[in-house]
Design a protein around this ligand. Structure first.
Ligand code: NAD
Length: 322
C-alpha cells in the first residue's frame, strides 16, 4: 500500500485530493486547522492541528510518505488577498507552514513533495494588457507580484527548489490559476470570483441586477478542481519538477462569466459594475510547457465546470435560507 500526506486536507482542493487518492487505493493522512466544511473527510487519519508549529509537523510526518501534497496556506479571494489588512498574516503563516513541513519531510526521508504555488507570483507588469499577457513560466523575473500572497508563493517556490538542489528532495511545483468547483468557499469572505458570482446569481430573483467588482472587462481563466487534480497528480508522478502552470487557457471577461452563470441558472441578470478589489487586469494560463513536458492537456470547457458548480452553490444558498 502507498502512503500519502495531504496538508490543507480540510480546504477546498485538499479535501477533493483526499477523495481522489483514496479512490486510487492510498492510505491517506490529512492535516489542517479544520475538518472539511462541506463533506466528511475520507482520510484514514485526520490531524486537526497548526502546521506553523514545527512539533506538529514532526508529529504528522512520523513515517516515510510516498507522496506529500503541501496545499495548506493562509489564502482567499480578492476580498482577502488584495485588501491590505491580511498581508502580514498571509506571509507569516504560509511561510512558516512551508519552512516547517519541508524540514519535517526531509528528516523522515519523505522526498517526493508537491507544492501548490499560484499564478499570483507572476509580475504585475506582464498582466496589464489582456491582449499582451506573458505568463510563461520563465517570465517570473524580474519579480513583481501584485500582492504579498504572490511574494510568499515565490519565496516558498524557491525554498522547495533549494531543498531539491541542496537536500536531495524530490519536489514538484505547480502554479495554480483560479481553481473552482463544488465544496469550495462560497460565502465566508474567502470565496473566489466563480463562487461569488454563482452565489449572487443564485440569490437573485428570475430577473434581477447583481453587483460585480471592477469594470467587468478584467479577464481570467478558471480551472475546475477535477482537472486541477489530474494535472497535479500527473506532475507529481512525472520526472519533471516544474515550476509549471496548472490552469485553463480559456480566457473570459468577468462580465462574460456572469452571463455564463446566468445562462446555466436560467435567469436574466443585469450587471452593475462597482468599485472593488480586482487584482491584475488580465490573466490566462500559458499551458505550453505543461503540454510539452507532461504530454497531456487540460481540455474541459469552462461551461462544463460551471454547470456542475452552480447547482451545488444554489443548493447551499437554498439550505442557508431555509
Ligand atoms: P483553502 O483555503 O480552501 O485551503 C487551504 C487550507 O489550508 C485551509 O483548509 C486552511 O485551514 C489550511 N491552513 C491554513 N493555515 C493552516 C495552518 N497554519 N495549519 C494547518 N492548515 C492550515 O484553499 P484552496 O483553494 O484549497 O487552495 C489550496 C492551495 O492551492 C493553497 O496553497 C493555495 O494558495 C493554492 N492555490 C489555490 C488557488 C485557487 O484558485 N483555489 C489558486 C492558486 C493557488
Amino acid at each position: 500500500m502507498k502512503f500519502a500526506l495531504v496538508c490543507g486536507a480540510g480546504g477546498f482542493i485538499g479535501s477533493h485530493l483526499v477523495k481522489r487518492l483514496k479512490r486510487e487505493g492510498f492510505w491517506v493522512r490529512g492535516v489542517d486547522l479544520k475538518l472539511p466544511s462541506y463533506s466528511e473527510t475520507e482520510a484514514d487519519d485526520f490531524v486537526v492541528g497548526d502546521l506553523r508549529d514545527p512539533l506538529l509537523c514532526k508529529m504528522v510526518v512520523d513515517r516515510k510518505f510516498d507522496e506529500v501534497y503541501q496545499l495548506a496556506a493562509d489564502m482567499g479571494g480578492a476580498g482577502y488577498v488584495f485588501v491590505g489588512t491580511n498581508d502580514y498574516d498571509i506571509m507569516h503563516n504560509s511561510a512558516l507552514i512551508n519552512i516547517n513541513i519541508i524540514e519535517a519531510c526531509r528528516k523522515r526521508n519523505s522526498r517526493r513533495i508537491f507544492y501548490s504555488s499560484s499564478a499570483c507570483m507572476y509580475p504585475e507588469y506582464n498582466q496589464n494588457d489582456p491582449d499582451n499577457l506573458n505568463l510563461s513560466e520563465d517570465s517570473a523575473y524580474p519579480a513583481a507580484p501584485d500582492s504579498e500572497y504572490g511574494w510568499e508563493k515565490l519565496f516558498s517556490e524557491r525554498l522547495y527548489l533549494a531543498a531539491a538542489r541542496n537536500k536531495s528532495m524530490d519536489v514538484r511545483v505547480g502554479r495554480f490559476h483560479n481553481i473552482f468547483g463544488e465544496e469550495g468557499s462560497w460565502n465566508d469572505g474567502r470565496e473566489k470570483a466563480p463562487a461569488a458570482i454563482c452565489r449572487k446569481v443564485a440569490m437573485a430573483s428570475k430577473i434581477d441586477e447583481i453587483e460585480v467588482w471592477g469594470d467587468g472587462n478584467q479577464t481570467r481563466s478558471f480551472l475546475h478542481v477535477d482537472e486541477c487534480l489530474e494535472a497535479s497528480i500527473r506532475l507529481m508522478r512525472s520526472n519533471w519538477s516544474g515550476p509549471v502552470n496548472i490552469g485553463s487557457d480559456e480566457m473570459v471577461k468577468i462580465n462574460d462569466l456572469v452571463n455564463m452563470v446566468a445562462k446555466v441558472a436560467g435567469k436574466k441578470i443585469k450587471i452593475r459594475n462597482i468599485d472593488g478589489p480586482t487584482g491584475v487586469r488580465g490573466r490566462n494560463s500559458d499551458n505550453r510547457l505543461f503540454e510539452q513536458k507532461l504530454n497531456w492537456r487540460v481540455s474541459e470547457p469552462l461551461i462544463n465546470g460551471i454547470s456542475r458548480t452552480y447547482p451545488w452553490i444554489e443548493q447551499q444558498v437554498l439550505s442557508n435560507c431555509s
